[in-house]
Design a protein around this ligand. Structure first.
Ligand SMILES: Nc1ncnc2c1ncn2[C@@H]1O[C@H](COP(=O)(O)OP(=O)(O)O)[C@@H](O)[C@H]1O
Ligand SMILES: [Mg+2]
Length: 296
C-alpha cells in the first residue's frame, strides 16, 4: 500500500507542476469540498446532501455531488433519476468524468459511486492516474462539491472525511447517534485538528432540542478534545420528508415553501456566509489528502 502511495504522490507531484505560479494561485478558482457524514446510519445524510445541493444551486452556485456510499438509499434514488454510469465506469471503462456524471435538477451533476467506491483502493497506477486527473478537472467547473459518505469510521469513509476542506456532521437526537457523532469527532481530531466540523441536527422534535444536542457536542468536544466545533443548524422531524423520499422528489424542489425547505435554505445561506476561501485546497488539495491518508 505504501508503494502505491508513493506512486500516487509522484503522479500528483507531476500534475502540480502544471499549476499557475504561486502569486497567481490565489486567483485560480477552486471548488469548495464538503463531506457530509455521520457516526450512525439513517440520520439523513443523503436527504441533506440532495436538498442542500438544491438550496445551494438556488444561490447561483454550481454544484456537483460525489456519492461514495455503498448503501441503497443513494443520491440517484432520492433524485428519482437512474444513472447511466457510475464510478465503476470511470475506473474500468476509460470513460471521462464528464461522461459518467449524471444530470440532476438545477444543473446539479452527480457521480454515483456504487461498487466503484471499494474498487478505488485497488487500482493500478495507470487507472489511478486517470481517476485523479479526472477528479481534478472538477475544480474549475464547480463552486461546491458535496460528498455523500456512508456512516461510520471505515477506511473509505475516513479518507473522504480527511480529504475534504470541511465536514457536515449529521446527527439526530438519538443517544446512539450522538455518541457515534462524538466518536467520529474524536477520530478526526486525532488526525487533523484544523478541519472545520459543522454540526447539523436532523429529525429533532423542537428547535430547543436541536440546540441542546448541538451544544452538548460542542461542550464535550471543547472539554475533552480541546476542539471547537461549529453549529450549522437543524432540520426538525417532518413526515413530509419521509414522503418526499418515498416519492423520490427532494422536498426543496417539490415543496420549497415547507418548513423543512426553509430550514435547508437557511443552512445553505449559513454555509455560504461561512466561506473562508483562503483555506480552500480544492480538488487538487483533496487528492493530496486522499493520498496522504492511503499512505498513512
Ligand atoms: N428531518 C427528517 N424528518 C423525518 N424523516 C427524515 C428526516 N430526514 C431524513 N428522514 C428520513 O430518514 C431516513 C434516512 O434518511 P437518509 O437520508 O437516507 O439517511 P442516511 O443517508 O444518513 O442513511 C429516510 O427514510 C428519510 O425519509
Ligand atoms: Mg445515505
Amino acid at each position: 500500500m505504501s508503494d502505491q502511495a508513493e506512486v500516487l504522490r509522484r503522479i500528483v507531484g507531476n500534475m502540480n507542476n502544471g499549476l499557475a505560479a504561486p502569486e497567481n494561485r490565489k486567483t485560480e478558482k477552486r471548488a469548495r469540498i464538503i463531506t457530509i457524514t455521520s457516526g450512525k446510519g439513517g440520520v439523513g445524510k443523503t436527504s441533506v446532501t440532495v436538498n442542500l445541493a438544491i438550496a445551494l444551486s438556488r444561490l447561483g452556485l454550481r454544484i456537483a455531488i460525489l456519492d461514495v456510499d455503498f448503501g441503497l438509499a443513494n443520491v440517484d434514488l432520492l433524485f428519482g433519476i437512474t444513472p447511466k454510469h457510475t464510478l465503476l465506469d470511470l475506473i474500468r471503462d476509460e470513460k471521462s468524468i464528464f461522461e459518467v456524471m449524471t444530470d440532476g435538477p438545477n444543473n446539479i451533476k452527480f457521480l454515483s459511486g456504487g461498487s466503484g467506491v471499494e474498487e478505488l483502493t485497488r487500482l493500478d497506477r495507470k487507472k489511478l492516474r486517470k481517476f485523479i486527473s479526472n477528479i481534478a478537472l472538477l475544480d474549475k467547473l464547480y463552486d461546491i462539491i458535496l460528498i455523500d459518505t456512508g456512516a461510520g469510521l471505515s477506511r473509505n469513509v475516513m479518507s473522504f472525511i480527511m480529504a475534504a476542506d470541511e465536514i457536515i456532521l449529521v446527527t439526530t437526537p438519538e443517544p446512539t447517534a450522538i455518541t457515534d457523532a462524538y466518536a467520529l469527532v474524536k477520530m478526526v481530531s486525532r488526525r487533523d485538528r484544523k478541519k472545520i466540523i459543522r454540526i447539523l441536527v436532523n429529525k429533532a422534535e423542537t428547535a430547543r432540542e436541536a440546540e441542546d444536542i448541538a451544544n452538548r457536542l460542542l461542550v464535550v468536544s471543547e472539554k475533552f478534545l480541546s476542539l471547537k466545533l461549529n453549529k450549522l443548524g437543524y432540520i426538525l422531524y417532518d413526515d413530509n420528508i419521509v414522503k418526499a423520499v418515498k416519492l423520490q422528489k427532494p422536498f426543496c424542489l417539490s415543496n420549497p415553501k415547507s418548513q423543512a425547505a426553509r430550514s435547508m435554505f437557511a443552512l445553505a445561506d449559513a454555509l455560504v456566509e461561512n466561506r473562508n476561501s483562503d483555506d480552500l485546497l480544492g480538488a487538487r488539495g483533496f487528492i493530496q489528502r486522499v493520498l496522504s491518508f492511503f499512505g498513512a
